[in-house]
Design a protein around this ligand. Sequence first.
Ligand code: DGT
Ligand code: CA
Ligand code: CA
Length: 573
Amino acid sequence: MTNRSIAKLFEETAELLELQGANPFRIRAYRNAAKSVLDLSEALSDLAQRSDVDLTKISGIGKDIAFKIHQLLEDGTFPLLEELREEFPADLLKILRLPGVGPKKARVLYDELSIQSVDDLKAAAQAGKVAELKGFGKKTEQSILAGLEELAEEETRFLISTARESADAIVESLQQLEEVKHAMVAGSCRRRKETCGDLDVLVTTSDPEAAMECLATHERVEKVLQRGETKQRVKLDSGIELDLRVVPPESYGAALQYFTGSKEHNIVIRRRAQDRGYKLNEYGLYDGDRLVAGKTEEEVYAAVDLPWIPPELRENRGEIELAEQGKLPELLTLADIRGDLHMHTTATDGTASIREMIEGARERGLEYIAITDHSQRVSMANGLDANRLRAHWKEIRKIREEYSDIEVLCGIECDILEDATMDLPDDVLAEGDWVIAVLHYGLRQPREQIMKRLLNAVKNPYVSLIGHPCGRLVGRRSAADVNFPELFKAAADHGVMMEINANPHRLDLDDIQAAAAKDHGIPIVINTDAHSPENLDLMEFGVDQARRAGLSSADVANTRAFREFRKLIRNHD
Ligand code: DGT
Ligand code: CA
Ligand code: CA
């Protein structure tokens, strides 16, 4: 049991106690315990076994909590938690986490409307019964309905960053087993889709039982859902479920091809096999009973007269035709990236200084960066007005003198205001090296106004890039109503570039939009939007999205040497 799962159970206990109306001190004790456990650098499962360690010496952990930690490590639960779980329907926990609800209101819903499940709540809200409750109202009812919609989305799909981290942890452990030859993630995670429904992991080994047992007892596994001889489904501590399949070595390529998908891509590949008189399934490509191909993916594709197709392209969006004509793009790789043109410092909402960001970028081998803090409208993030921005740029100019091996641009992430004007006057923008224009507020405005804002920004002679153009947050906030063909046409006319924001919560432009931007001849800039040096590592998620869009190094502006990139900056000198 990991510290994370233990903390989760203490948090659940606190929430259930709150529903019960328990003593606030008691509730706080479990909340504090959850927080202390999360802050520990060592695993509780190790600490609890050591005779020289007294758990009650850890801040936030008293005698009672320490005892419950031992129970948790032993049984995976403790009696109080089980009693509380019996007292309330499980969905009530989800309900109290909805925006604008909380434990008090959840309790009212339970008592007054006998709400037992998320579905009950949805029906009641749709029937207008929630708004009639004391302390609720029409607005709360609307936000409950919106929250329920997002919940459904969140529950079924996980961000690629979560999926990757979870998959890597499992695959790494499997690879360490001596008998395991291959262990690899397939499915949407291998295709680097922005969200994954579940994880699909394949293993070839001489000892299937060892691999199955390794997964079943893995510290990241919360629950084994199904277990057979060569198949297992588990739930991981991140909440994502994982399918493991053990396959014979001679089927590895066929299985990898099959379970990588997408389903739509596979349907076409299977049809090509049938057209050639073969049968293709997850065990191999067969001519009658004879196995013709299956050991590698290359073999399988070759048997249907195609070159190997990169997983990121396997969506049946034209990749098979390109492969057939020998026109598959040579996809961009992380190593091609030379610059990162969107990042923050402590001047606004970043956590690191100018110098720390520059050092972080140098350590990662970047040749050029732009420091792009927020403009004044983003007051929540301490956005910069003209005076502060000028002082910030002055400091950047001074500091960058110290570095001869990296170019540092004085930039700004400038808001495009709701009325379509820029958040800072042109004469200020003109003094910088690099201007990104973005929408942050008023994302729900009608299409016409959204387009007026974007087009005004594109026409501004100092704007070089539109940052996170659609403003969505994956699984949390839908995109603004952007007319992309119109935006791309204007951007191409004015020499404005488009961003793929690499943050896994954004990935904006998305894969389809980025491919369309490329078709308009618009250079794409992939940026991390880092708020710390560590965030600079998010670049790979942007590169993966660009690969899904079919982009080559030549389509991406920040793969160029700085002197070439510079020519793409508007207002460059
Ligand atoms: P997800 O998990 O929803 O993000 O998406 P995938 O693509 O990982 O889908 P999943 O986990 O249902 O299945 C993994 C792969 O297995 C899928 O991409 C293709 C293959 N597969 C699953 N079911 C079928 C099927 O009925 N026919 C074919 N041809 N392939 C399938
Ligand atoms: Ca999957
Ligand atoms: Ca699956």
